[in-house]
Design a protein around this ligand. Sequence first.
Ligand code: ZN
Length: 470
Amino acid sequence: MLDDVTESTMDDLLATLANVVGDGGMLTGTDVSSRASGIWRSQGIEAEAILRPRTTEEVSRILAICDEAGQPLVAQGGLTGLVEGHITQAGEIVLSLERMNDIEEVNPVERTMTVQAGVVLEAVHNAADEHGLMYPLDIGGRGSCTLGGNIATNAGGNRVIRYGMTRDMVLGVEAVLADGTVVSSMNHMIKNNAGYDLKQLFIGTEGSLGIVTRAVLRLREKPRSQETMLLAVSDFDRVTALLKAMDAGLGGTLSAFEVLWNNFYRLVTTPPATQTPPLPQDYPFYVLIEAMGGDPQADHARIEQVFSEAHESGLIEDAVIATSEAQRRELWAMRDDVEQVHQYKPVFIFDVSLRVSDMDAYVAQVNRGLEATFGEYTNFVFGHIGDGNIHFAVAAGEDDGAQDGVKQAVYQPLKSIGGSVSAEHGVGLDKKKYLNLSRNDEEIALMRTLKRALDPNGILNPGKIFDAAG
Ligand code: ZN
């Protein structure tokens, strides 16, 4: 009896919502379950419906209706997230902004772009490029991730060392609160200290405090030169010395400092990976360096100068400098070929942050922990070392149950060194249990206060990051 009542209530609610979004605006049944629930996930989406509004006004009406009904909603972007921040279950409704994908304006004078949240990152890159400008955020999911998802997760990627994270590239947002209130804060200025910077409530909060529907992005001048090289280094102390030498010598043009530990380098330069090794496979570390400048000839001369100084001071064992655009792309394709880790099943992917000076000892400690728990394991290590961000891909036997033991080995040592369980991927469901290793009780209590103030009925992405009741 009770089930009948619940079912008819859901049917009524869906009928009301279908009216708001109009023809083609609501998907149900196999149109929902036949959609993959994420990158590298074979399961379909489990939810009552996918709503696809076309305007902020429609989003506002959807939220007002769901808030009134206490109906949970989960916003989804391009589904490239890796921490189950977008995962839904039966009884929940998906809000997808995929039909709100307009680029509304590119302003080359003020160097801004105004977009709707469903626009794909690569479309933003292309639109900026047409005006001789650049949107610096660059991540592996560029072909399918959306700006709304980038904003909700404060996406980082390969150029953070130079341009910062998404937070540093967003000037303004329009967001809809849980009760349907539209907060339009479409600031176009770099400097604006008139009270609280409200957009930060929605950047990196994983869709838990409001739904971003539009944004003003900060663009940069497109670099006229792009130098890329791969260097082989014999130990981690030299990696950190090289980071300082490059950053100092390149006069602010260093835009990426990516490190591949030996086993990850072997993985992405050995078949079935398609890249052939640009350098021999037996060095302990490989550093992919990129510099973006404004004067091709002078920039090339400068990077050669810095490179030969580093070589003379014994920091580098071997090197290849890209001499063509094709070679430059090959070096990056090798770094970005993270999918090779899926040769191992199950494999668990991590994204942690810590001081560069702690990194070598930390990696050794994680490996000792994995060995103690599992005996045999493989831990591919790589990351944005210029930003203090390491990724691990760990395989430790065929049992899915290994995941908890692997997480313990990776996360536990971070607490005493003040590291973070999430550098750039967010928390979602995946890291919820470990949030307290990186955030103290007062910090988490303040997060709960904000959640309760903005979403008192708990309808927005419930259960993600932390439990609102706590
Ligand atoms: Zn990354």
